[in-house]
Design a protein around this ligand. Structure first.
Ligand code: ADP
Length: 363
């Protein structure tokens, strides 16, 4: 743990903290936000960067092995692929994997997201129009309303939907047969899915944050697709700063491309250029941005490094607790800069080292 309150540290922190306060960015403006930005709208449009075959899908080797066997088996039987639940943080390739699987199966992938399936007729319309063996991809499946879930149960299990026709006194239930299909559900919150729905998926796979080498390969692949001349060191630098997330890697690369364009250096993008471009966006060598650093500085300066309760922290930062918990904290926890304890959040030694603070075991 890291001890706050050193005079030298205080000086750095207080000189920085006013700056951090005024420069705080709204979460949706963060260049390192793993959620889709409007300009990227990768859910409904192909962003041109997605791999289309399993062999082009970089990393996630265990998941690829499992899914490849399942695809080959269902192709040889002529069946639909079993239903698949993909979970993991945003930007790791869940939508991409669904599109890849449909490609491997040689069928169309219908893409939707649970918030768009509010009314029963939305989901019924989608299901009855599916052709044999097609893939239905439902993003954010944990947000499906109860009534939608209940329609899905018999659809997934028995390839039928039960609908009620007529008014209360004369109402009767009618079953509609469906073509064999594959539901691929994606979620960032596997725990929020009801267990009856979870149990109906034949395969549940968790996507992990990517290794550095895989991220570098993703950056190299994207730079080729964008026609950029990127040095190996430059690709490594972007990989180091993208928080283990391909979507952020691609986004940082686009910001580097903007910078290189303005600097007239598109033909030779090297590490110093990447450093300057990402400095402009305040993304540091570990992928931390101003909001992350502000949170860590505040915990050290005002709370001696913690423990600090989430609500207290959110109030001190002037953010709401949900934003702190779902947007700022997860990456800091993942890289071991923050720890959760029963008494609250604690800044770790490695975070202090990264922020150039002296650190020592808390007494
Ligand atoms: P998710 O659905 O998990 O939020 P996406 O599938 O939309 O993530 O992926 C985000 C971006 O990252 C896409 O532009 C995609 O091209 C890229 N991407 C994701 N995974 C990979 C991968 N394994 N190899 C190459 N690019 C990837």
């Amino acid at each position: 743990m890291c001890r706050g309150g050193y005079p030298s540290i205080m000086a750095i922190v207080s000189s920085n903290s006013e700056r951090f306060k005024s420069e705080s960015l709204a979460p949706n403006q963060r260049v390192i936000d793993p959620a889709v930005l409007p300009e990227e709208d990768s859910l409904f449009q192909n962003d041109g960067l997605r791999p289309s075959r399993l062999s082009e899908f970089i990393g996630q080797s265990d998941i690829k092995k499992v899914l490849n066997i399942a695809v080959q088996a269902s192709l040889s039987r002529g069946d639909a692929l079993d239903h698949v639940l993909l979970y993991g943080p945003p930007g790791l390739g869940k939508t991409t994997m669904a599109l890849v699987l449909a490609n491997e199966l040689g069928v169309k992938c219908r893409i939707t997201s649970a918030p768009a399936l509010e009314r029963p007729r939305d989901i019924i319309g989608l299901l009855v129009n599916l052709q044999p063996r097609e893939v239905l991809f439902v993003d954010e499946i944990h947000r499906l309303p109860k009534i939608g879930e209940e329609l899905l149960y018999p659809a997934m299990e028995d390839l039928r939907i039960d609908i009620t026709v007529g008014k209360t006194s004369t109402a009767r239930t009618r079953s509609i047969e469906l073509a064999p299909f594959t539901l691929i559900g994606a979620t960032t919150k596997a725990g929020a899915i009801s267990s009856p729905l979870r149990d109906r998926f034949g395969m549940t796979q968790r996507l992990e944050f990517y290794e550095l080498e895989d991220l570098q390969n993703i950056v190299i692949r994207t730079s080729k697709l964008l026609g950029l001349a990127l040095s190996i060191q430059a690709s490594l630098e972007i990989a180091k700063r993208c928080r283990g997330t391909p979507r952020i890697a691609n986004r940082l690369l686009r910001r580097v491309r903007d910078f290189a364009t303005v600097q007239g250096q598109l033909s030779a993008i090297d590490k110093p250029l990447v450093d300057k471009a990402l400095e402009l966006h305040r993304v540091d060598s570990r992928g931390l941005d101003i909001s992350d650093r502000r949170l860590l500085h505040l915990m050290i300066q005002d709370y001696g490094g913690g423990p600090v309760g989430l609500e207290t922290l959110a109030a001190a930062l002037g953010e709401d607790a949900v934003t702190v918990e779902s947007v700022i904290e997860p990456f800091l926890l993942q890289i071991g800069f923050l720890q959760r304890t029963p008494r609250g959040r604690v800044v770790t030694q490695i975070a202090c080292k990264h922020l150039d603070f002296e650190s020592e075991e808390k007494l």
